[in-house]
Write a protein that binds this ligand. Structure first.
Ligand code: HEC
Length: 329
């Protein structure tokens, strides 16, 4: 794909974005590279089964995924994409890249936080092409303070379950559920959710997960108010960006101006601009706090689990110890 796609901020006053902001001088912002890897059918439930996953016990004691895996994510992706582990249908991803190194930068000013991602499109055979519109999507998930179970340990992994669409234990009848519309369940199954929104999560016997063990709408509203959600931003290469949150389900709305991206001969640069101020389903971004983040790239028109994902990382403002330090501009 050689086209340059630019969703320009100019003139569009989206609620999520700081449209009037001047972009940071990225040359002055430190760069850090993270490896996004192909996770196959790995889910939160899978990582907690001791007989399946060597890290399960340490996770229960609070050890983060990145503390064990940060430096070996490329090897993990290779192992999984080849079908050696947790990919029961290796034929469908034959030739797909096992991982993508992504350079991340973060900055902020008086009104906005900025995140910039750069990576080289890996090429190869991506897997089932189920998104006919968007060649590339980049998602960011952001949690505030580690209130959500497993978010501090694993970032987005907190929202990934064994019974989501395209995962092994997806319920083919999920879209017929009485609350399917409110949960924005897609024809091929549920999207992401948090354990907090369910009365129980099955972690031992099939089907793993708990998509239909729903708490009430009032419970969802209370959790949202307590800040127990993952905020989500999404760049889409052929459509306006979206933002929203994951709690009882993934709720996303168009967010003009939130993201801008371009592809120069396979080199992608995607920049998010988001107001520091929060709101319902949006965390307030402030110094002195820790945000647990994760990223995912859907490459070459793939959807659902056929993405590359990061482990969980800590983002903070002016904090040299954070995995991602957003520096003041
Ligand atoms: C205490 C260290 C530790 C922690 C924490 C940990 N893991 Fe692991 N993980 C392991 C070990 C050990 C293996 C097995 C590697 C092997 O022997 O092949 C493994 C295997 C995996 C694999 C399969 C690929 C492979 O290389 O075998 C995935 C995927 C994975 N872990 C993801 C995660 C995620 C996601 C988290 C956090 C939610 C996590 N791990 C937390 C130690 C850990």
């Amino acid at each position: 794909m050689k086209t340059t796609i630019a969703m320009l901020v100019a003139g569009v006053l989206g609620t999520a974005a700081g449209a009037a902001a001047a972009a940071p001088d990225w040359n002055k912002v430190p760069r850090k590279t993270f490896t996004l890897f192909y996770p196959g059918t790995g889910s939160m439930e899978w990582t907690l089964i001791g007989t399946e996953h060597g890290g399960a016990r340490a996770m229960r004691k609070g050890e983060t995924c990145a503390s064990c895996h940060n430096d070996e994510a490329a090897d993990m992706g290779k192992k999984i994409v080849s079908g050696q582990k947790i990919e029961p249908d290796a034929a469908s991803v034959k030739g797909k890249a096992g991982s993508i190194p992504v350079t991340v930068q973060a900055a902020y000013d008086a009104s906005n936080v900025y995140l910039r991602f750069q990576w080289k499109q890996p090429g190869g055979a991506p897997g089932p092409k189920n998104d006919p519109k968007n060649a590339v999507k980049l998602a960011v998930m952001l949690e505030d303070g580690g209130k959500v179970e497993h978010a501090r340990i694993g970032g987005c992994w907190a929202s990934c379950h064994h019974d989501l669409r395209s995962m092994p234990d997806a319920d083919p009848n999920a879209s017929k559920h009485a609350r399917a519309k409110a949960l924005e369940i897609l024809p091929n199954g549920p999207t992401k959710y948090l354990a907090e929104s369910r009365t129980a999560i099955e972690g031992r016997n099939k089907p793993l997960g708990g998509w239909d063990k729903l708490k009430s709408e009032a419970d969802f509203a209370a959790l949202l108010k307590e800040g127990k959600f993952l905020e989500m931003w999404q760049f889409r290469s052929a459509e306006p960006p979206r933002s929203g949150y994951v709690l009882d389900a993934r709720h996303l709305k168009a967010a003009p101006g939130l993201a801008e991206g371009r592809n120069e001969s396979g080199n992608w640069t995607v920049t998010f601009t988001r107001k520091l101020a929060g709101g319902s389903g949006a965390h307030t971004i402030a110094a002195g706090k820790s945000y647990y983040v994760g990223f995912a790239i859907h490459d070459e028109h793939v959807e659902a689990r056929y993405h590359h994902v990061s482990l969980g990382y800590r983002l903070a403002l002016d904090d040299a110890k954070a995995d991602i330090n957003a520096v003041k501009q």
